[in-house]
Design a protein around this ligand. Structure first.
Ligand SMILES: [Zn+2]
Length: 289
């Protein structure tokens, strides 16, 4: 009980802190973050690669709250080649996922699909090699689809909604337009567009550059039959998510895209998490072990 109360307080404080973060000036500019190739690991794979009970070591914080680049790196390998010192991003997730550029993929000898992070079903196989072992993943290698993280306040300001695709323009020496850039809205996101190194190189984009939305009409939600071709190709969200950690907080609920969250009986679900589940019209199922 005590633990639940403490968590509730922590969550409430965290929420206030996030709410009070200064918003950027209303100039329509979106900072760009260039994502180099990286790996997200599940704890199981952390241990296979680095040893039993190993914990990732944060090296520096990333722009999105709670995310960090780890000291640890791995080698990633495909049928045609390998790439050394690929950075691991923490904290550990439920699914291991490797994000590379098309240029990297050609070096590895695979043709990974273009996906939104977290959607790895039927993606390319990849091998990870660490100091204590290796892992052969039948799927998990993707090229990350360009996306913009933003808060609900920013989504109102830009008149866009979560899951919407927009077109963006980057000014500079070699101006470019990128289409199908996906909007991702969460209370815990800070405004930033994430593109990979191929996209950045195409526009001679360096860290610190800005993007502007040039086409962002808000569309009414469509039924499956009315969906245009582009929307049909959009990644299908997993509908059930198996949550395995000790505590389900509202931050976790916000991160989970699935409609139904299954938790083991021993998992503590905070009151705020329950509120968020109701608010988002999600379903929670307690699994008896
Ligand atoms: Zn991102």
């Amino acid at each position: 009980m005590q633990e639940q109360l403490v968590q509730k307080i922590v969550e409430e404080v965290l929420q206030q802190v996030l709410k009070n973060q200064p918003s950027r000036p209303d100039d329509g500019k979106i900072p760009i973050g260039v994502s180099a190739r990286h790996v997200h690991l599940a704890q199981e794979e952390v241990e296979q690669l680095f040893g039993e009970n190993y914990q990732l070591t944060p090296k520096f914080e990333l722009s999105q709250p709670g995310q960090f680049a780890a000291e640890e790196t791995v080698v990633i390998a495909g049928p045609k080649g390998s790439i050394d010192r690929v950075r691991i991003l923490g904290p550990a997730r439920t699914l291991t996922q490797v994000e590379v550029s098309w240029t990297d993929a050609m070096k590895l000898g695979v043709k990974p699909p273009l996906r939104i992070s977290g959607d790895i079903k039927d993606s390319s196989p990849v091998t990870l090699i660490g100091p204590k072992g290796s892992v052969v993943l039948p799927e998990g290698l993707i090229i990350a689809q360009a996306h913009i993280h933003m808060s609900p306040a920013d989504s109102e300001r830009f008149q866009v909604v979560d899951g919407q695709s927009v077109q963006i323009k980057v000014q500079g020496l070699r101006p470019i337009i990128l289409s199908n850039v996906m909007i991702r809205v969460s209370e815990r996101y800070r405004l930033e567009m994430h593109i990979d190194t191929d996209e950045a190189n195409a526009g001679l984009i360096q860290q610190g550059a800005f993007a502007e939305i040039v086409n962002g009409q808000v569309m009414e939600p469509l039924t499956v039959n009315e969906m245009p071709l582009v929307a049909k190709q959009a990644p299908v969200k997993q509908s059930i998510y198996h949550f395995e950690k000790k505590l389900l907080s509202q931050v976790d609920v916000l991160e989970i895209e699935a409609q139904e969250i299954v938790v083991p009986k021993r998992t503590i679900v905070t009151a705020l998490a329950y509120d968020k589940i109701r608010e988002l019209n999600k379903k929670i199922t307690i699994r008896s072990e």
